[in-house]
Design a protein around this ligand. Sequence first.
Ligand code: ADP
Length: 389
Amino acid sequence: MSFAALAGFVVGALAVLFYRNQIEAPSRTAADEGAASGTALPQGVASVLAVLPSSAVVLDAHDRVLRASSAARAFGLVRGDRLMAAELLALARQVRRDGEIRESEIDVAGHKFGQETTNFAVRVAPLGSYGQVLVLAEDQTERRRVEAVRRDFVANVSHELKTPVGALSLLAETIQDAADDPEAVTRFANRMQHEAARLNYLVQDLITLSRIQGAEPIPTPGQVTIDEAVQDAIDHCNTKAAAKDIALVTGGTEGLRIWGDDELLVTALRNLIDNAVAYSPEHTRVVVSARPAGDSVEISVSDQGIGIPEEALERIFERFFRVDAARSRATGGTGLGLAIVKHVAVAHAGEVSVWSKEGSGSTFTLRLPAFGGTAVAVPPAIPLEAARD
Ligand code: ADP
């Protein structure tokens, strides 16, 4: 149920309660007397407010707080018997004057040190006929943040798609103009292929990312053998590594297993190894190694490459974040590789971390839950043929 619907329901329910209190109670209690004078809550209202997930405040005719939910106090909307947000007080007074329900959005500055502004959807309604006013406020900071991230993402995707599509259309025009120069046609056609490949990588990464995000946590986890996943990932990256004479080396403990999805693990490792190769000079080494770590297995990919500046380290897993956009494009990067790695880790209830020093290299470490709850190395299964001999 949306906040507006819930707030509507609560306001309606409280109005009914209030009405009942007034017409049904033949013998008036002390609380009723209080309600009548506007200094106590009408019967039943407190129990309704107690079960509400949102911040709820009831003001008396003199703007004093008669009742405030703990959420309202925790958010700093109420201190003592005072409503702290001036905007809310102004709304409450308007509502008291004309009896009209009002809805609005307000920002409340963080009341604790370092806390950011909280954004509330509010609904203010009259409560009975003694000047009492009900204020319902729903924290929608997180929803707003998610909306903003989504908007940014769509803007970024559009921008990323525009570049290769624009280049393709320009190249097609140029080819038309150079129809009688076969050499130029070949050159431009090659560049068209390059841009089309870039577009293809981007679309593939977008599909992978949305698939992983839709599958958190993993729907059908199982036993995944690390050695096989590492070998699979290395096989995918061999050609690029060989072109730069980069040695892909495995190390650490053999026979470890995790509880997860082998395809996703291979995708994450491939992205890490791809990056290690792309951001390393020729004739270097990339080491992929696994080790047991209590209830988890740690798989690290280390390179001797250009490294990552310290100020960029905390943004490195964001979608489309690149230290050097031109370099990333030149190596066929989409800016989504590490975002995919992070989501693979999250989908496994694991994590990914990075160590890096500019000019020395980087190490990315995936920490994933061990199969069976404890990381133990099992010897490789003996092939049937060998077992029979
Ligand atoms: P890209 O497709 O651009 O490689 P990623 O999400 O995989 O996108 O990586 C984001 C950025 O992080 C890269 O553009 C690069 O600047 C930096 N990066 C990632 N891996 C490494 C690495 N092993 N060494 C140095 N920089 C790296």
